[in-house]
Design a binder for this molecule. Structure first.
Ligand code: URA
Length: 437
């Protein structure tokens, strides 16, 4: 079918981008409408995505692409919500995707405990990165599909909700899945428009972006990540949503676990006042940025992790969404432990190698819509820089499918090294590389 309103056709628009030219604004609207409605075919959108991946889109094209994706669905507005007679201060964060990135779980609870409200539209795993919804669905009964009425009620009552984007930017949901299977994920304009369409449609009054850099991120260099951060911050500003970005290191996994239920367990440790230093540091810093944007300056996120108030909010949020934390989290029944063949010091652990291992174990998808194994993943016993003795456990792998263990171990091989005395120690990279001005 062709559009009655505009004189476009997909092959001409694909050729325009293939040959390195700008897509016309009305042509972008036509493509996004047509793809959402189904009259631009999957093959045509696949070809266009590859042309965009190779040729890019400038700021104006990205802004129009984002606008068209927002217009493809519902837009939420929480400005009328009140708590104790005062307007609710809504704020959210989004990560561009990492390995072991369970930060959303403690973060939404901490920020809620400090007095703001966090409506967090989240996604499932993309490429090698884990998805927040896949993690939360490892909790028995957790339901990520919230009606707008329930979401609004939960924001006022609990202060946090993590939910499937659903009717928000449905064009992104389709494109996200298509990019995943056409090797077109790592494109600055496609990531920027994907993140910002969901987040601007979501209706939070302010936004903090965690832009990952390194081997386990879509952006491998700080320059690429900075360009992505700038593009997204500008898109937020254009919509009147104050937006800040942090560039954070993703060359080794965050925390000590990668995989859905394993990461929920680690998030619960952080909410109980413990957990890995890097997860705590990033949670607290992102919370500070979010609270600052929300105009809450008298709260102490680190204290909320220690005094149990963040844990109370997390428990309340999970319960409000049908989850039952008293049911033990699933853990893959088949395990393999990788041990050190010599003593020394743990060197760098390559985030991508661990992500691929977790994916092979069943923590991620290889076809769209595939069920993930909630109990699959990798536990990291020795972090970079920690001493190691010969025979000591370095990693434990979990899966329900025994034949997945050998390929997963193969992915880990070469992704880490135990250093001997005299070897160059692992580079100490700052976790938080920089913040946008
Ligand atoms: N997160 C998103 O929402 N979209 C992307 O493209 C990458 C990360």
């Amino acid at each position: 079918m062709t559009s009655a309103v505009a004189p476009f056709d997909a092959p001409t628009l694909i050729a325009t981008k293939r040959d390195g030219h700008r897509l016309p604004d009305a042509g972008i609207d036509w493509l996004i409408d047509g793809y959402t409605a189904g009259w631009v075919a999957e093959e045509q959108m696949s070809a266009l995505l590859m042309a965009i991946y190779l040729r890019g889109m400038d700021e104006q094209e990205t802004a129009r692409w984002t606008r068209a994706m927002i217009a493809s669905g519902e837009q939420m507005d929480f400005t009328d919500l009140r708590r104790d007679g005062l307007p609710l201060k809504t704020v959210d964060k989004h990560s561009t995707g990492g390995v072991g990135d369970k930060i959303t779980l403690p973060l939404v609870a901490v920020v809620a405990a400090c007095g703001a409200a966090v409506p967090s539209a989240s996604g499932r795993g993309l490429g090698h990165t884990g998805g927040t919804l896949d993690k939360l669905e490892a909790i028995a009964g957790f339901d990520a599909t919230l009606s707008t009425a329930r979401l609004r009620e939960q924001l006022v009552g609990v202060g946090a909700a993590v939910f499937a984007a659903g009717a928000l930017a449905p064009a992104d949901a389709k494109l996200y899945a298509l990019r995943d299977i056409t090797a077109t994920v790592e494109s600055l304009p496609l990531i920027a428009s994907s993140v910002m369409s969901k987040k601007l449609a979501e209706g939070a009054a302010a936004l903090v972006l965690d832009v990952k850099v390194g081997s386990g991120a879509f952006m491998k260099s700080a320059e690429q990540a900075r360009a992505l951060a700038d593009r997204m911050v500008d898109l937020g500003a254009a919509y009147g949503v104050p937006t800040r970005a942090l560039l954070t290191d993703m060359s080794s996994p965050l925390g000590a676990t990668v995989g859905n239920a394993l990461e929920v367990a680690e998030a619960l440790e952080v909410l109980a006042g413990g957990g890995s230093d890097d997860v705590v540091e990033l949670t607290v810093r992102l919370a500070q940025e979010m609270l600052d944007l929300a105009g809450i300056h008298d709260a102490d996120p680190a204290h909320c992790l220690r005094d149990g108030t963040a844990m109370d909010r997390f428990t309340a949020m999970v319960a409000a969404q049908g989850g039952d934390l008293s049911v033990p989290l699933p853990l893959g029944a088949c395990t393999e432990t990788v041990t050190a063949d010599r003593g020394g010091v743990m060197g760098d652990i390559d985030a991508m190698a661990v992500a691929q291992a977790a994916w092979r174990l069943g923590a991620g998808r290889s076809t769209p819509g595939e069920r993930v194994q909630h109990g699959a993943g990798v536990r990291i016993h020795r972090r970079p820089g920690e001493p190691v003795t010969a025979g000591q456990a370095l990693f434990t792998l979990y899966t329900d499918t025994p034949e997945r263990l050998a390929p997963a171990c193969g992915e880990l091989d070469g992704g880490y090294r135990v250093l001997r005395l005299g070897d160059t120690p692992p580079l100490r990279r700052p976790l938080i590389i920089e913040a946008t001005p």
